[in-house]
Structures are given as structure tokens and as C-alpha cells.
Design a protein around this ligand. Structure first.
Ligand code: ADP
Ligand code: MG
Length: 603
């Protein structure tokens, strides 16, 4: 338990700052409760020494009344403490989860690739829950338990100094056991959480890939792999459980031995008339109060241990700087001023100005040393359509993902509308650039809600226009409730082609200057694909459109076609030029159009 403990405490506990009042009141009420509990053994002692030895029934009933009163006051205090502790803990977890979510949204794709989705989910859910119960229990017990332990010891001293020395020996012994177990288990709890991540990761992959797994008859293998990661988790948990389980028997032995010693010493002293019978009972009561409290303290410490392990994991995410830093507002203003001056002069003079410019751009994914893109340079003007073609894995998606700065170019620079992408705020840049990602993802909500993602104020007419351009009119008209048709999570109640068309419509509603379609027509039939291209041509004059495709037919009318192979641009030009000059392009074309067909056309 070195610095990370305090580091995490500081970082994580700052989320309690709106609940200062509750965080103080809860332990205070718990202390009050403890004070009333500590009085109880004294009342019982009086009952024995005065009421029972004198056979005074009235006195006994009166003391019983006092006991009930103490119990009721204690209960009220306990409930109040519980209320405030729960309020603080839940509020704390809400804020922490919110901050975590907001931070994750800021992380770049490269960061998310590296951390992994399943661990982020565990951190946002189970880890935060663990922290929540940690905070709850700490508020309730961290003052109360030590207070009762030491309070009981002090009360014992007021009863009899000699007998109380037993407490002085027992309490440090108990503390050694409790803290020893804690120090051993902290690192293990970290391992538990890691193993849980892997089980969750496996589960996720399995559920989302269920169809593929069945299609390939991989159930048995998947089950075995799941069992393996599950067993790892079980083993670590068993180990932690066994060590923690030692704590209770060991503490119980210490406390019971201490009780025996108290009774043994006490008996002698009662015989000598130094203390009364009631006082011996009070001492035994104090010892058992200490035991109960130590068991609670031990559980609290286990909880804290888990919470710290979880807190570390949460703090890791919060501490992680987004690898793509968004430009600060002050800087942005400076850049904006300069560029407004420049832009005003230049604006009208070039109508067909450069929209997207790559200058010797190279890029490698964090996890790999090989470059996914090498030395790419090109210029795309307003009103142009750029086709990008190449085999799978040739770097097409990588290239277009650099334009909205999903990933940061390693070498070279990328300019959008005359300004380096790094000089935009991410919001500004992504307003200018609309992307239809290769993987069509829709969210739970109506069609209209999904389409309004890029522009919340879009009118219904604008939606229908976008839908028409994306060739999805029939799809929407075919649904009973039209635009209000509910799309399930991930769009799973739509076909692949329908999903693709809606993602295109969604990008069109945003009305961006640069529109990127990353293999967005792959699930469309040739006729619909052709209609889509014709529709896009009608809006192409004011925009720059990137069409990524594996089909030459999708891009052959583009103003500029970039042919990629292994991250290199092996050809650049129009369809006709490339057919003449570019071997790779010709091969792709030939493989898609039978030779004879070409022969006929040429001949
Ligand atoms: P395409 O879109 O042309 O099929 P990509 O641009 O997706 O190809 O991929 C280009 C290369 O980069 C491939 O070799 C692929 O393995 C690698 N790659 C793609 N995405 C990632 C990623 N997130 N992390 C690491 N490598 C990646
Ligand atoms: Mg791709």
C-alpha cells in the first residue's frame, strides 16, 4: 500500500466534493450510535450489582427501560447515518461514472484500440459499483469501528485497570492479523479484476459473434476457451477467499482467549472483592463488542482493498491523456483570426479551391511497427469526387480516417479547407467532415432520431431529402410508422444494406463540406449502387466526396482515383488514365469485367 493508494484516494475522492456535508454527518451519527452502545454494558452491570443482588425488581425494570431507550436512540442514529452515507456514495458514483464517460469520449481511436472495450465496460460498471459500496461502508464504519474498539478499551480501564491490560495485548494482536491479511490480498484483488476483464471480453466476443461461431461449429472450442478464462478467475478468487477466510478464525481465537483470561482474572478479583460480578460481565461484554466491531472492520478493510484496486483501474482511465489533444480555446481564437483574414481575401478568387490536401502523409497504427500508409500526397478540390480503391487491408479506411482526425498522421500534414487538421477543434473539424464508416452502426431510437445525429434541428423535409439521396425512401415508406420506426440497438432489426443506406442518409443530413463513404455501398446491389452514385452526383458540385470501394464500377466516374496497395499509392488519375498506366488498377478492373465485354466495347 504505497503511493498509489493515496494517489487514487485523492483523485477519486475528489468526486465526493459535492457531498461534503453528508460525508461528515454520516460518520458523526455512527459515532453517536457507538457512544450509546458503549453505555449498555455499564447499565447491565448496574442491573446485576444493584438490581439482582438486592432482588429489587423495580430497579431492574427501570434499567430495562433505560436499555430500550438507548436502543431506540441508537436505531435513529443508525438510520440517519445510513441515509447520509448512501446519499453520498450514490452521488459520488454518479459523478465518477459521468466523468469517466466524458473522459472516454475524449480518447482517440488509437487510445480505445489500445485499452479495449471490455475493460472500459468493467471499469464503468463493476469497478465504479465497488467504489460506491467502498465509500458507503467507509462513511459508516471508518470512525465508528476504531471508536468502539478504543472506546471499549477505555471503558474497560474505568472498570478495572488490571483486567483492562488484557485489552492492551489483544487489540494490537488483532490489528496485526487484520492488516497482514489486507496487505497480502490487495495485489490479488487487482488480479481478480483483470481476470474478470478477460471473462467479460470473451463473453462479449462470443455473444456478438454467435452466428459465426455456430456457422463454423466452433461452440465446443469457444466453450473450452471460456472455461479456461473462467477458471483463471475462479482460481484467483479462491486464493483471495482462502486468505481472507483466515482472518475470522484467527481473530476469533484471539478474542476468545482474551475473554477466558478476563473471566479467569476477574473471578479471582471478585473473590477478593476488588470488583463486582456485574463489572466482570461488563468487561466480557466490551470484549465481545470489540470482536463484533473488528469483524466489521475486517470486512470494511476487504471492501476498501477491493475499492482501491478498482479505484486504481478507474484512475488509470481518467489519468490517460487523449493521444489526440483537442486544441485549446485561446489558441483556436488566434488561429481563427489569422485564417479569417486570409480566407476573406482568397475566398471568391478561387471557387474550386482545395478542400482536402495530403502532403507526404505516413501513418502506422500504435500496435504495429509497419506503416499502414506510406507517403501519400494528393489534392482534392471542392466539387470533386475522389475514388479510393485497393484490395482489403491496403489502407483505404486508414486513409479516410485521417481526414476527420480519428487517428493522427505520423508524418506529413493534412489540410482541410486550407487549414491543418490540428488547427481545428475536433468539433469544428467533424462538422466539416461527414463520415460514413465502413461498419454501419445505428443506435437505439427512431429512424428520425438516428438521422438527426449530425444536425438536431433538421426539418422533416431535410430528412426525406437525405433519405431520397441515400436511396432509402422505399425502406422508410415500407415501415408502418415511417420516420418514427424504432431502430433496435446497433440497428439489428435492419438488413445490412438498409443500415448502410441509413448511415449514408445520416451523414447527408449533417450537410458536411467533405463527405466520406467508406465502402458504404458494399451491401447494396449494383442497381441501387448506381442510383446512389447518380444521386450523389447531384450534390457533388458544392462538396468534396470520397468514395472508398473495391468495385471499379463505383468509382470509375470519379475526378481522381487513388489506387492503394500495401499503404502505397500505386496509381493516381482518372479511370481512363489508370487503365493505361496502372497495372494494379487494370487487374482489378479486368477481374470485375470479363475480358470479352471490354473487347466488345473497345472493338
Ligand atoms: P482497408 O480499409 O483497405 O481494407 P485498412 O485501412 O482497414 O484497410 O487497414 C490497413 C492496414 O492497417 C491493415 O494491414 C490492417 O491490419 C491495419 N489496421 C487497420 N485498423 C487497425 C487498427 N485499429 N489497429 C491496428 N492495425 C490496424
Ligand atoms: Mg476498409
Amino acid at each position: 500500500m504505497d503511493d498509489p493508494f493515496f494517489f487514487v484516494m485523492k483523485k477519486i475522492l475528489s468526486f465526493l466534493k459535492d457531498y461534503k456535508k453528508e460525508s461528515v454527518i454520516a460518520p458523526l451519527f455512527k459515532m453517536l450510535e457507538a457512544i450509546f452502545e458503549l453505555i449498555v454494558p455499564l447499565v447491565v452491570a448496574q442491573m446485576i450489582d444493584i438490581g439482582i443482588s438486592n432482588g429489587d425488581k423495580g430497579y431492574i425494570f427501570q434499567r430495562c427501560g433505560v436499555l430500550i431507550l438507548l436502543a431506540v436512540i441508537g436505531l435513529v442514529c443508525a438510520i440517519s447515518a445510513q441515509y447520509f452515507a448512501a446519499k453520498a456514495a450514490v452521488g459520488f458514483a454518479t459523478q465518477l461514472r459521468g466523468a469517466l464517460f466524458a473522459h472516454i469520449q475524449k480518447l482517440s481511436f488509437a487510445d480505445l484500440d489500445e485499452i479495449g472495450t471490455s475493460t472500459l465496460i468493467t471499469r464503468m460498471t463493476s469497478d465504479v459499483n465497488q467504489l460506491q459500496s467502498g465509500v458507503n461502508m467507509v462513511l459508516r464504519l471508518f470512525m465508528r469501528s476504531p471508536f468502539v474498539v478504543f472506546g471499549a478499551m477505555i471503558m474497560a480501564f474505568t472498570v478495572d485497570v488490571k483486567a483492562a491490560l488484557v485489552f492492551v495485548v489483544a487489540i494490537p494482536l488483532l490489528s496485526i492479523v487484520v492488516f497482514g491479511v489486507m496487505i497480502i490480498t490487495i495485489p490479488l484483488y487487482k488480479k481478480v479484476q483483470g481476470a474478470l476483464d478477460r471473462v467479460l471480453g470473451k463473453t462479449r466476443e462470443n455473444l456478438s459473434g454467435a452466428r459465426v461461431i455456430r456457422a463454423f461449429n466452433k461452440e465446443a472450442q469457444e466453450i473450452q476457451e471460456f472455461n479456461e478464462s473462467n477458471e483463471v478467475l475462479t482460481d484467483v478468487q479462491l486464493l483471495v477467499g482462502r486468505i481472507s477466510a483466515l482472518m475470522n478464525p484467527v481473530t476469533l481465537i484471539i478474542v476468545n482467549v482474551a475473554t477466558v483470561v478476563i473471566i479467569w482474572l476477574g473471578a479471582g478479583q471478585v473473590y477478593e472483592g476488588v470488583i463486582t460480578q456485574g463489572e466482570v460481565v461488563a468487561l466480557v461484554n466490551y470484549m465481545s463488542q470489540i470482536l463484533v466491531e473488528l469483524v466489521k472492520l475486517a470486512n470494511l478493510i476487504i471492501l476498501i482493498t477491493k475499492a482501491v484496486a478498482c479505484g486504481n483501474r478507474v484512475a488509470d482511465v481518467l489519468e490517460r491523456e487523449p493521444s489526440i489533444a483537442d486544441i485549446a480555446d485561446a489558441e483556436l481564437l488566434k488561429v481563427a483570426e489569422v485564417s479569417v483574414q486570409g480566407a476573406n481575401q482568397v475566398k471568391q478568387q478561387i471557387e474550386d479551391d482545395t478542400m482536402v490536401e495530403f502532403q507526404e502523409v505516413s501513418f502506422a497504427y500504435g500496435s504495429s511497427s509497419e506503416e499502414a500508409l506510406t507517403n501519400i500526397s494528393f489534392c482534392a478540390k471542392r466539387g470533386q469526387t475522389i475514388g479510393i480503391i485497393g484490395g482489403t487491408g491496403s489502407g483505404k479506411s486508414t486513409l479516410v480516417n485521417l481526414i476527420p482526425r480519428f487517428y493522427e498522421a505520423g508524418k506529413g500534414y493534412i489540410k482541410v479547407d486550407g487549414r491543418d487538421v490540428k488547427d481545428y477543434s475536433l468539433t469544428q473539424l467533424r462538422e466539416k467532415v461527414g463520415v460514413v464508416p465502413q461498419k454501419a452502426v445505428l443506435f437505439h431510437g427512431t429512424i428520425a432520431e438516428n438521422l438527426r445525429w449530425g444536425n438536431t434541428d433538421a426539418s422533416e423535409e431535410e430528412l426525406w431529402n437525405a433519405i431520397a439521396l441515400a436511396q432509402a425512401t422505399d425502406v422508410v415508406k415500407g415501415k408502418e410508422d415511417g420516420l418514427n420506426h424504432v431502430v433496435e440497438q446497433g440497428g439489428r432489426n435492419l438488413s445490412g444494406g438498409q443500415r448502410q443506406r441509413f448511415t449514408i442518409a445520416r451523414a447527408l443530413v449533417k450537410n458536411p463540406d467533405v463527405l466520406i463513404l467508406d465502402d458504404s455501398a458494399s451491401a447494396l446491389d449494383f442497381a441501387t449502387d448506381a442510383k446512389l452514385r447518380a444521386a450523389l452526383a447531384t450534390i457533388a458540385k458544392t462538396k468534396t466526396i470520397f468514395i472508398v470501394s473495391q468495385r471499379t464500377s463505383s468509382i470509375q466516374h470519379a475526378d481522381l482515383i487513388i489506387v492503394l496497395e500495401d499503404g502505397q499509392a500505386v496509381g493516381m488519375g482518372t479511370h481512363a488514365e489508370l487503365l493505361e498506366q496502372c497495372e494494379v488498377y487494370r487487374e482489378i478492373y479486368d477481374s470485375q469485367f470479363r475480358q470479352e465485354e471490354r473487347g466488345q466495347k473497345n472493338g
